[in-house]
Design a protein around this ligand. Structure first.
Ligand code: HEM
Length: 171
């Protein structure tokens, strides 16, 4: 009877990215007293993008020009504060070795750039006649921005709460 020989080997998987010098260095460098500026600024474009969509929906429902004017302001501020948030995020990405080394940080940057392009288009489109711009393309654009800001914010949260990027190591 043939005997089955089971060979065991000590197999250790080595992640070459984790060998990168500074891989464990993930603490924020763009911060005020240890509090990351990116985390402080992202709340504004997120909230304003939702306000923009809400104002478009209320304009559609009521026909009141007040909502079309509120929508153009929300769209503009979402874009401009979004640019400021992206500037602090980009500095973190480039300056912090442990953030720079992780692919997920770059994924977040790419999603965010798609979002910023949509926010800029949405605002620019409304500047030459904000009332006429709402239906149908304004609300379609603001709906797309809501989806993209949700994806960007959710992914940013993953970077912080799952991978602990930007956080202090507690020492
Ligand atoms: C090119 C642009 C961007 C880059 C390179 C970037 C990069 C980063 C990085 C490295 C983090 C980890 C935390 C830190 O180090 O501060 C982060 C977190 C985050 N990002 Fe971005 N980001 C960009 C734009 C945006 C935009 C436009 C938004 C949303 C409007 C956004 C939403 C978030 C959120 C919600 C977090 C989690 C913050 C927390 O809850 O503490 N990011 N981002």
């Amino acid at each position: 009877m043939a005997q089955t020989q089971i060979q065991t080997r000590d197999e250790t998987t080595i992640d070459p990215i984790a060998q990168h010098p500074g891989f464990e260095e993930t603490e924020s460098k763009v911060a005020v007293a240890g509090h990351p500026i990116h985390a402080m600024t992202v709340a504004f474009p997120i909230a304003l993008t939702f306000c923009n969509f809400g104002a478009d929906a209320l304009y559609w429902w009521t026909g009141d020009v007040f909502w079309a004017r509120a929508a153009v302001w929300a769209a503009g501020m979402a874009f401009l504060i979004g640019l400021a948030a992206a500037a602090s995020g980009t500095l973190e990405l480039l300056l912090v070795p442990g953030i720079r080394a992780r692919a997920s940080s770059w994924t977040h940057a790419i999603i965010a750039i798609v979002l910023l392009s949509a926010l800029g288009t949405n605002w620019g489109y409304r500047l030459h006649g904000y009332e006429a711009a709402v239906l149908p393309y304004g609300i379609l654009l603001s709906g797309f921005c809501v989806i993209m800001v949700g994806a960007t914010g959710w992914h940013g949260g993953k970077l912080v709460f799952d991978y602990r990027l930007g956080t202090s190591n507690g020492s």
